[in-house]
Design a protein around this ligand. Sequence first.
Ligand code: SF4
Length: 127
Amino acid sequence: MNKSPWCYLISQGTCNGCELEVFASFTPRYDAERAGMKLVPSPRHADIVLVTGCGTKKGSIQSKRVLEQIPDPKVIIQIGACALNGGIFKCKGPRIEGEIRLEGCPPRPSEIIEAIKKGAKLCSSKR
Ligand code: SF4
């Protein structure tokens, strides 16, 4: 991994299961920060975008606006079945397509950390 991945979470229409696993990744038990990863509150400071949940019509307008604020190069990681294909809700809303797709309902924190590591490598290769 060549750089510290700064992550911003876009949550759009979820049961909150995937968000809890993302936050668990940054707690002392899994400690993503030991690998230099951090969750940032502003999209302008991020280079890795974590997307959870299935999109909704209204939400997609906000999500698009937020995505535009994230500087390039950025890497988008779709987290969980809802973000990938609508999941158990069979939601057919507009989706944010990512370079990295992480299966699971929800995926485990260790898998999320591995996906962020891959995202950081990909992001470095785009620079
Ligand atoms: S993938 Fe599963 S855990 Fe994640 S938001 Fe959808 S239903 Fe919840």
